[in-house]
Structure formats: C-alpha cells, structure tokens
Design a protein around this ligand. Structure first.
Ligand SMILES: Cc1cc2nc3c(=O)[nH]c(=O)nc-3n(C[C@H](O)[C@H](O)[C@H](O)COP(=O)(O)OP(=O)(O)OC[C@H]3O[C@@H](n4cnc5c(N)ncnc54)[C@H](O)[C@@H]3O)c2cc1C
Length: 447
C-alpha cells in the first residue's frame, strides 16, 4: 500500500483534492484502483496501522467527501464499465464502473439506466452514495430508487448481499449514505428500454412568477412517458425550462404534456442527448477549474416551498454583486418518487414528501484564495441552508453543505441515530473516517 509521500506530484495533487478544488487534505496511504484489490486485507491493514479509511469513487465531489486527512484512501473507480450479470431488465455492474461507459455498454443491448446525473465521469458507487439526480428524475426519480441489490464489504470484513429483503436497514442507509458503512462492490440495477431520440422544447421567461407558475403542472403530472426536465433560474439572463420526451424512433408520436401551456417554445429533436450534454458540462468546468474552485449546493422541496426558495435565492444574489459574480448556473430538477421505492433517510426526500419534489441548486465558481469572494458566497450558502431548514426541505448530499449538529437533527432526526447504531454493528472499530453526516466540516481546509 503506497505512502502518499511516494506518489508523483501529479498523483499527490489528484488524491489531495476533489473535483471542487476548494478542499485540500492529504492521506497517509493511497490504494489506487485495481480490479483484484483484496478489500478485506486492506481493511485489516488499516486496522493494524491504526488508520481510518475513506472511500473514493471518481473524486468528483466538492466538499471533501472523497478525501482523507492522514488516513487510508481507497480508490474504487475505473475508466471502464464491468457488467457481471445481465438479464434484459436488470444488470449487475461493478460499483467502480464509469457511468458513461456503463450507459454505452447498456445501450448496445437496447437498454439504459433510468436516471443518471447530468455529468457521467463518475463512479456508480459514488453516485449511489449520493443518490443520483438528473434530467430523467421528473419521471425516474433518483438512481438509488432503481437499485435492486448490492454487495457490500463491511468494515468488519464481511461481504453481504444487501437488498430490500436482506439487511433492509443497511440497504436504506448505505444508499445515499456517503460511504459510511462499507464498500459497495457491485450493484444490480433495474433498467429501461434505450430510447435514443429526444424531442425537446425550451421555454424562456423574464418574469420569475410567470416562470414558476408555468411549472406548476409538473407537481401533479402522473403520465408514464419518459420525460426529461431541467430548469434554470436566470440572474441577468431569462429563466429557462427545458422539457424533453424520449422516443425509440424520431418519428414516434410524443405526449408532450408541457404543450398545454400554450406559449411558444423552441423545439428540436436530438439523438443521444444524455451523452452529448455530459461532454459539454465537462468541457466548461475544466476551463473554469484552472483558476476557480467549483462548488454546488442543492436543496429539495415540494412545489410551493421550491417557489419560495427560488425567490429567496434570487433576491440574495441580486443584492450581492460579489456572490452573484461567482454563480455559473442556478439549475433545478423535478424529482418524482418511484412507486414501491423504500425510504432512504439520507436522500433529499422526507418520508411524508409529496410524490414530486423540486431540487434547486447553485453552481458556483469561486476564485481560489480570494477571501472576500468566499465570504460573500458563504453568506448565501448559509442563508439558503437556514431557509431550507425553516421550509422543511432537505439537502442533496452529493453537494457542499456546512452542517452543524442542529442541521443534522433537523434533516435526519432519526437517521443520525440509526446510522450510529449501524456503525456500532458493522464498524465497531470505527474504521471508516467520519464524513458530512457525522462530523462538522473542516473549514480551515478551504483553499
Ligand atoms: C460536473 C458535475 C456535475 C454533476 N451533476 C450532478 C447531477 O446532475 N446530479 C447528481 O446527482 N449529481 C451530480 N454531481 C455530483 C455527483 O453525482 C456526486 O458528487 C457523486 O457522489 C460523485 O461520484 P464519484 O464517483 O466522484 O464519488 P466520490 O466523490 O469519489 O465519492 C462520493 C462519496 O461516495 C463514497 N463512495 C465512493 N465510492 C464508493 C463505494 N464503492 N462504496 C461506498 N461508498 C463509496 C465516498 O466515500 C464519498 O463519500 C455532479 C458532479 C460534477 C463534478
């Protein structure tokens, strides 16, 4: 197991940062990905060395979720996809698989992952530890809602098959649980037919109230077409709603429920939009990331509270030039609960949430080592976190949050306790390093 100090300068840079580039932490040891890694042995070595363990997928977080301070960092990411079981309606894939490669491999069999994040150079395991929201969330909810089972290497060194019927509590706390209960090795995912063509309609609005009103139909829509949706709130530019409907052939009829609005839209058809858009996102952020830290924050609400939160964010940002100069986008998804999906306590959904939620985020690009800019951004982040608590919303854990104990109690009243109990049972030696669910973040690490 190589020591961090033995790595090349480039590797040191990679493993001491995540995608956001704002947090810097150096592990003591790094276990780079290999297919034949013996996880059980690694865990034993970490125990013997008295080092904590942190898991890392593609390292594409922004809050230091995949960084270790003085412990062992275990990487579970390959730039490839490994399918080990496949029966036409579900597939078993290595959690280390790259999502883009996995989607391409499934497409070759006429199948598709129901919903994935907008950016695909992520590991399956990392996304299952966050939840997974994307354009298809309007009909397909979260990626975790399509997990049938997974294998977990617990910190005790036991390999378990975890599903809603076997270790049900673990199932609900590992998914969306930020790597706190062991290593997801493989996951069996439910799939949908691959529909390569998407009919798009873009609507633009100058007035926020009119824009939000135009979205209200989404809350009660229960149709079964495969829809895509992403919206964005404009600071200086118009507010935009992008609707899409997937079809197998470009000439197939569409149901397009948004047409009922009766206002003009820009429409077009695109093939393999999911894969194209993913490359655009990667290109833009790579450019930005030379000089800026990339940060995203997101909270989920029912429709009325979402509208209230949208108004708050816009007024906060319009009143603060320094903070608004750091905003790249204010995107939001609509997220429908999947029938029969269990309740994941660390997901952005409350147990009693209505079926459709709206997840509203801000993508930030903050000049590195610029304290004034960071202070301005932090003020907005703190205010939106507080507003989320007061509205009864919930955070998306794949993002940046500065939780204290009272936030955790508000968002996860019983789940924090269940996590503690599960950790006592499956990680009695406390090998897995604490994360944002059980530790106040390390502010002095911000670059
Ligand atoms: C440009 C960009 C766009 C994004 N867009 C979206 C989006 O549209 N929707 C969305 O939902 N998210 C989005 N994300 C966030 C992303 O989905 C999460 O940050 C996700 O967790 C990253 O996956 P990763 O493989 O990089 O995981 P990492 O950041 O490496 O790890 C994330 C967490 O998962 C744990 N973990 C990793 N692998 C395993 C494993 N095998 N077993 C157990 N725990 C593990 C880690 O310990 C850590 O706590 C975006 C990120 C970027 C960079």
């Amino acid at each position: 197991m190589p020591l961090f100090e033995q790595l090349s300068d480039r590797e040191k840079d990679v493993y001491s940062h995540d995608y956001g580039g704002m947090v810097h932490r150096e592990p003591k040891k790094v276990v780079q990905f290999r297919r034949d890694t013996d996880l059980k042995q690694l865990i034993e070595e970490a125990v013997n060395d008295q080092l904590s363990v942190t898991l890392r997928g593609a390292g594409r977080g922004c809050a230091g979720q995949s960084l270790s301070k003085g412990g062992t960092l275990i990487e579970r990411y390959q730039r490839d996809a490994r399918l080990s079981g496949f029966d036409g309606t579900q597939a078993t894939a290595a959690a280390s698989s790259n999502l883009c490669r996995l989607e391409l491999a499934l497409n070759e069999h006429g199948l598709s992952l129901p919903v994935v994040p907008v950016y695909l150079n992520l590991s399956l395991g990392g996304v299952l530890s966050a939840g997974g929201l994307g354009f298809h969330s309007i009909t397909q909810g979260q990626t975790v809602e399509h997990v049938r089972s997974f294998t977990l290497m617990t910190p005790k060194g036991e390999r378990l098959l975890v599903s809603p019927d076997s270790h049900e509590t673990l199932f609900r706390h590992v998914l969306c649980g930020q790597g706190q209960l062991g290593v997801i090795e493989e996951a069996t995912m439910g799939l949908v037919p691959y529909k390569p063509y998407t009919h798009f309609a873009h609507y633009t609005f100058d007035d926020l109230n009119a824009f939000l009103k135009s979205l209200s139909w989404i809350s009660s829509w229960r149709g079964d077409a495969t829809l895509q949706f992403v919206g964005s709130i404009g600071l200086e530019e118009p507010h935009v709603a992008m609707y899409g409907e997937d079809v197998a052939e470009s000439s197939d009829p569409v149901c397009a429920p948004w047409l009922q609005q009766g206002v003009p839209a820009h429409t077009y058809v695109e093939k393999n939009h999911r894969l194209k858009h993913h490359y655009e996102i990667a290109f833009n952020t790579n450019e930005v990331r030379q000089k800026k830290g990339v940060l995203y924050s997101a909270y989920c609400f029912p429709y009325d509270e979402f509208c209230e939160h949208a108004h708050l964010l816009l007024s906060l940002l319009k009143g603060d030039k320094e903070a608004s100069a750091c905003v790249t986008r204010i995107p939001f998804y609509a997220i429908r609960k999947q029938d029969n999906a269990p309740f994941f306590p660390f997901s952005p959904r409350q147990k009693a949430s209505p079926s459709m939620l709206f997840g509203l985020g801000i993508n930030w690009a903050v000049p590195l080592k610029n304290e004034a800019a960071w202070r301005a951004v932090k003020k907005v982040l703190d205010a939106s976190l507080l507003h989320c608590v007061s509205l009864g919303g919930k955070p998306y854990l794949g993002c940046w949050h500065d939780f204290n104990e009272s936030h955790l109690n508000a968002f996860y009243p019983r789940a924090s306790q269940s996590l503690e109990e599960l950790k006592k049972q499956w990680d009695p030696k406390g090998i897995i390093a604490e994360g944002q669910l059980n530790k106040k973040r390390d502010d002095d690490a911000l670059g």
